[in-house]
Write a protein that binds this ligand. Sequence first.
Ligand SMILES: [Zn+2]
Length: 413
Amino acid sequence: MDRIDIENGLFETLEQMPVIDCHEHMFPEKVRLETPVDAVTFFCHYNRFDLVVAGMKPPKDPWAPVIPADIPFEKRWKMIKPYLPLIRHTSYAKAAFMSLKKFYGFDDFNDATVKPITEAMRKANKKGIYDRVFDACNIKLALTQCASTRLNHKRMVPVMPLRFETDTWELLSRQEAWFGKVKINTLDDLLAGIDKYVGRVKKEGAVGMKMVINPYGEPDRKAAEELFNKLKRGEEKVLRYPNALRDYVADEAVKAAEKHGLVIAVHTGYWGDLRLMDPLHLIPFLVRHPDARFDVYHLGFPWVRQCIQLARNYPNVWLNLAWNAIVSEKVHLQAVDELIDQIPSNKILAFGGDYAVPVEKIWGHLTIARRNFAKVFAGRIADGDMTEKQAVIVLKKWLYDNPIALYGLKNRI
Ligand SMILES: [Zn+2]
């Protein structure tokens, strides 16, 4: 059999293989149903950042489901139309176009199609839309982050933000919404609040706590306490980064997640000031918490090779390929090959869509990822490096077994 036949066969096998979607920002389905979706909704979320880079005037709220919500559809379509051909071949756009075809049967967004697309989307925007997308993708569970544990869907499992607000006294002392009734007068009160919050969300079904990588200093309790008291007395109004209070509290928050047996999910890589997002900033945490389990997101894009070394050096690291196949399809393709070379097969979580409102795009994203998996593994098989059976065992671990094992999801399926 030649390589292309092996690839096509593997792709078909992948379509049948169950998937645990390891990262979404989906809200309870009710929120999606109440959103006035239209053809432009396909270009909210990541695509809109491409549109802005291409020259579109930045919308006020870059995450709003339409661009922007308070002006009529025709005007919004006019806003994005000149820039659409410019972003047409990005990986973000590819997922949008593929999903448009899959769910609504249209090949393109243009003056003739955007109205019928909008009508078709509104017709389909009813109860069960999440299940329709999950079924099309063969997704059994989706780990989702929308800062709530009340997801009201049997296939959605919450991951919650690991909160450690320390910038101002106002922020630090008023965290009732998260911590409940904890009066914060001392540094220990703050830590008790974090512990209580983590314990509560675990009881409510959360399986992981999410933080964002940044440069953090070594934790120093004495220096942290001094800053805490200065904030409390009003001698400091706003603490600038980096500071000893944030460094210490972040480390204690990681300890709390570990104590409650929750995975610590970490965003690494490209976003905003990416100098702060280098995955290697995680190393001190990995060293200090050898028994905690860190799910490191996005292969630290663009520091993909550096990020892979984290999993190679520290047994407490899992690598989560959420978002990667649409950040760059080709970097993802190359990374998949390099991961096989370097990382034991039980440490990879191979897919996360990373969408909020335009859930249809999960299918396009997953299809790009599956095509890359099929290409890479077919290459290995064609070269005689592995059998098809071995490839399928590894891929099933990546897409299904590993997330179940890491996040303890067995009894949720
Ligand atoms: Zn995300």
